[in-house]
Write a protein that binds this ligand. Structure first.
Ligand code: GCW
Length: 676
C-alpha cells in the first residue's frame, strides 16, 4: 500500500473507515448470510478491498442458520452461543478466533456490527471463548440541527461548526448524496441505529419535509436503511396550522388528531420503516400544547397515537424553560424547569413516547450536574441527550474530547450510589418493556474533514462507542479511533493522545470556573463574555459582585434546585462543605475568599486555572508539529491553523476572566501574574 493511498483516504472521504481500517480486514472473507444487511456487508467488503491489501487470515461471517450448519467451532458446539444470541436481539453478535480464522455470527444489524467490529478492532477475537456483544442502549441516535436553507442568524446548521449541511443545499436535498452514504457507513461502524435529519427548530420551509417534500426524506431513508439506520423527522407542533390549513393545533381537537393520523399514514405509505418524530415544543419560541392550556403528555400522546398503528415513536424533548425571564426575579431558576414541567407527568406518556432529556439541567455547558429529571421518571421511556457538536465546548476550534465527560455522566448513579440500576446509563437504557437510550446532536457537516476540526471526529466516534457500551474507557476509545484513522504509527498515537485525552478538563480550566456556565458571547456562544447573559431574558448565571459569586440553588436559602435530587445527592449538593469543587458555583453563592477542598480560595482558583490552562494550551502546537509528514498534509495544516485559534482564544478567556474578577473583587493574584 502506498503512503499516498493511505494518506489520501485517511482524510476527507472516509474518516476512520479508510485505508488503515481496510488494512485490518482479512484478505479472505466468507459471507454466509441471507439476512437483510448481507448485501451491505458484501458491498463494504468490496469497497474496503479497493483501499488496502488486507491482513493475514480469513474472516467468516455467518448468520445463525449458517452457523448451525457448521455445527462446531474450535471443537466447541455452536449451539450454546446461538441460543444466547437468539435471546440478545437482532443487534447482537458473537465473535471468536479459531486458528487464523475469525468467526462472526449475527443476524441483520448484528452481523454488520460484528463485521465492523473486526475492521475497527473493537472486539478482540479470543481463541478460547466466544465474545458476545450487544448494545447497552437500545436507542443510539443522532439528531441533526440542519436547515435546508441558510438561516439568517443560525446559518445552515444550527450550532454547526463543520460547514453547511451534509444533506441539503439551496433549500432541497443535494443531488449528489455520496457523502451521505459514507456518513451512514461511518455511523454504522459505531453502532448508531437512528438519525433525525432536520433541525428541532422547525422553520416553515423545513416543515414541508413532512408532506410535500416527503420524497426527500424517503431518499435519505433509503441510504440510511442500507446501514441499519432508521430516519426520523423533527416536526412542528403547529403543523396542522402550518401545513394543514387548520385553525388550531390543540391536541384535544378531533380535527387536529385526524390531521396527524392521515399525515402519518401518508408518511408510512412512502417510508414503511420510518422511525418517528422529534419534537421541541413550548421551548425557545417553538409552538406547543401550552398555547391551548394542555400539558406535554397531551402534546406527546397526540403524535404518539398517530404513529402507533405504524410502529413509530415520538421523541419529545424536555428542554422546556422560560426564556423571557426577568433578571431581577431571583426565584425563577432555569435549572428547575425541565423537572418542574416533566416529573409530575411521569406515567402519563404513551408507550411509544420517549422523553428526551438533556444530560444536565441547563444546556450542554462544559460542566453541569446530571439532570435530576433522569432519576425522576421511572414510568417513562427516556433518552438522555448529549451534544457532540461543540456549541459551548470550543465550537470545533478548540480541542475538547468529550468522552471523559460523557463517561462521567453515564456512570453517575443519579438514583443514589447504593440503589441498583440507577446510573444514568442504566436509567436511559430502561427495561425490556420500556427501552430508551442516548440521543446526541451531531457535529458533522459538509466540511471536507466532516467535523471542521479533524480531531473532533473522535467525539463522534466516542459517542457511538459509549452508547454501545458505557463502560468502555475514554482512553481505549481514543486508541481505537486513532489507530483506525491514522494507522499504527506510535508517535501519532502518543501525540494525539496527549492533545485529546485531557482536553475537556483543559478547556474547562480556562473557560467556565467551578460550574458557572454561560460566560459566553450571546448569540454565537463563542469566546468569553462574563456578563453576556447576566441581564438578559435567557437566565442569569453567576451573580458575581464585589463580595462573591455563584448561584444559590440550595433549599435553605436559594431556588431549591438541590432538593430535586434523591439522597445522598440532595444533602451533598445542599451543603457548601460537601458540594464538589467543580460544581460549587452551580449550587452556591460564596465569597471569593471561600476555601475549596483543593485548599485554594475561589478567587485564586479562578486566577490560577486560567493562567495554567493557557500555558498548557501553548504547548500543544509544538507537539503537533512533530507529526508533520506523518499524517496527511492537509489535515496537519488544518489542525495547526485551529491550534493557533485555540491559543488566541484561550488567552482572551484568561485575560478577560482574570481582569473581570480582579475588578469585581479587588483581591490581587497572590502569584503576581499579570492582570490587565
Ligand atoms: O443549546 C441551545 C442552542 C439552540 C438549540 C437549543 C435546543 C436547536 O443554543 O440553538 O436549538 O439549545 O437544544 O433546542
Amino acid at each position: 500500500m502506498s503512503t499516498d493511498r493511505a494518506a489520501g483516504t485517511a482524510t476527507g472521504d472516509l474518516a476512520w473507515l479508510g485505508a488503515h481500517a481496510a488494512a485490518r480486514l482479512p484478505r479472505t472473507v466468507h459471507l454466509r448470510s441471507s439476512g437483510p444487511l448481507a448485501e451491505t456487508v458484501e458491498a463494504e467488503i468490496a469497497r474496503l478491498r479497493a483501499l488496502a491489501d488486507g491482513a493475514d487470515g480469513s474472516l467468516h461471517l455467518w448468520d445463525p442458520a449458517a452457523a448451525a450448519q457448521e455445527g462446531s467451532v474450535a471443537g466447541d458446539p455452536v449451539a450454546e452461543v446461538l441460543e444466547q444470541l437468539a435471546g440478545a436481539g437482532e443487534e447482537a453478535f458473537a465473535l471468536r478466533a479459531d486458528g487464523d480464522r475469525i468467526i462472526v455470527i449475527g443476524t441483520g444489524r448484528g452481523l454488520l456490527y460484528g463485521f465492523y467490529a473486526v475492521v475497527l478492532g473493537q472486539v478482540p477475537a479470543s481463541p478460547d471463548r466466544w465474545s458476545r456483544n450487544a448494545p447497552a442502549q437500545p436507542i443510539r441516535m443522532l439528531d441533526h440541527w440542519d436547515n435546508m436553507t441558510v438561516h439568517p442568524v443560525m446559518g445552515q446548521v444550527e450550532r454547526g461548526y463543520a460547514g453547511g449541511s451534509l444533506f441539503y443545499e439551496h433549500g432541497e436535498l443535494r443531488p449528489d448524496l455520496t457523502r451521505v452514504e459514507h456518513y451512514a457507513r461511518l455511523l454504522a461502524t459505531i453502532g448508531i441505529n437512528r438519525v433525525a435529519i432536520n433541525n428541532v427548530n422547525v422553520h416553515a420551509h423545513e416543515a414541508t419535509l413532512l408532506t410535500t417534500r416527503l420524497d426527500q426524506v424517503a431518499r435519505l431513508a433509503e441510504i440510511f436503511r442500507a446501514q441499519g439506520i432508521t430516519v426520523h423527522l423533527a416536526v412542528s407542533f403547529a403543523s396542522p396550522i402550518l401545513l394543514g390549513g387548520l385553525e388550531t393545533s390543540d391536541p384535544l381537537d378531533p380535527g387536529v388528531q385526524r390531521w396527524w393520523r392521515t399525515t402519518a399514514e401518508a408518511v408510512y405509505a412512502r417510508i414503511p420503516d420510518f422511525g418517528g418524530f422529534v419534537v421541541k415544543a413550548d421551548s425557545e419560541g417553538q409552538p406547543g400544547p401550552f398555547a391551548y392550556g394542555r400539558d406535554h403528555a397531551d402534546g406527546a400522546n397526540l403524535l404518539a397515537r398517530a404513529l402507533a398503528p405504524h410502529g413509530g415513536e415520538v421523541f419529545w424533548r424536555a428542554f422546556v424553560y422560560d426564556h423571557h425571564q426577568d433578571w431581577r426575579d431571583r426565584r425563577t431558576d432555569r435549572a428547575r424547569a425541565a423537572h418542574d414541567h416533566f416529573a409530575p407527568l411521569d406515567g402519563s406518556f404513551d408507550e411509544n413516547v420517549i422523553v428526551q432529556v438533556k444530560h444536565g439541567p441547563m444546556d450542554f455547558q462544559v460542566r453541569e450536574p446530571v439532570s435530576p429529571v433522569i432519576g425522576a421518571m421511572p414510568r417513562t421511556r427516556l433518552a438522555v441527550e448529549l451534544q457532540v457538536t461543540q456549541e459551548y465546548t470550543g465550537q470545533q476550534k478548540h480541542l475538547c474530547y468529550l468522552a471523559p465527560a460523557w463517561s462521567e455522566i453515564l456512570r453517575f448513579p443519579v438514583g443514589g450510589p447504593d440503589s441498583p440500576g440507577s446510573t444514568v446509563a442504566e436509567l436511559a437504557a430502561g427495561t425490556a418493556g420500556r427501552p430508551g437510550g442516548v440521543v446526541a446532536v451531531s457535529n458533522v457537516g459538509a466540511d471536507e474533514f466532516w467535523t471542521g476540526h479533524p480531531l473532533a471526529q473522535a467525539n463522534l466516534f466516542a459517542l457511538g462507542r459509549l452508547a454501545w457500551d458505557g463502560q468502555l474507557s475514554a482512553q481505549r476509545i481514543l486508541g481505537e479511533w486513532t489507530a483506525a484513522t491514522f494507522g499504527p504509527d506510535p508517535l501519532v498515537g502518543e501525540v494525539v493522545h496527549e492533545l485529546l485525552a485531557q482536553s475537556w478538563l483543559l478547556y474547562e480550566s480556562y473557560t467556565a470556573p467551578l460550574g458557572v456556565g454561560f460566560m459566553v458571547r450571546p448569540g454565537h456562544h463563542y469566546g468569553p463574555d462574563v456578563d453576556g447573559y447576566e441581564y438578559t431574558p435567557w437566565g442569569t448565571y453567576h451573580f458575581a459582585d464585589r463580595d462573591g459569586i455563584g448561584v444559590d440553588r440550595t433549599v435553605a436559602t436559594g431556588t431549591g434546585f438541590a432538593g430535586l435530587y434523591p439522597e445522598p445527592w440532595a444533602s451533598l449538593y445542599e451543603s457548601v462543605r460537601t458540594c464538589p469543587d467543580e460544581l460549587l458555583l452551580f449550587f452556591h453563592h460564596v465569597p471569593y475568599t471561600h476555601r475549596l477542598h483543593s485548599g485554594k480560595s475561589v478567587i485564586q482558583h479562578i486566577y490560577d486555572s486560567r493562567a495554567d490552562g493557557c500555558e498548557r494550551v501553548l504547548t500543544l502546537r509544538p507537539r503537533w508539529q512533530q507529526l508533520e509528514g506523518r499524517v496527511p498534509a492537509d489535515l496537519h495544516a488544518r489542525v495547526t491553523q485551529l491550534l493557533r485559534e485555540q491559543e488566541r482564544s484561550a488567552q482572551e478567556w484568561r485575560d478577560q476572566l482574570r481582569s473581570y474578577f480582579f475588578r469585581a473583587s479587588g483581591i490581587p493574584d497572590e502569584n503576581g501574574r499579570p492582570i490587565h
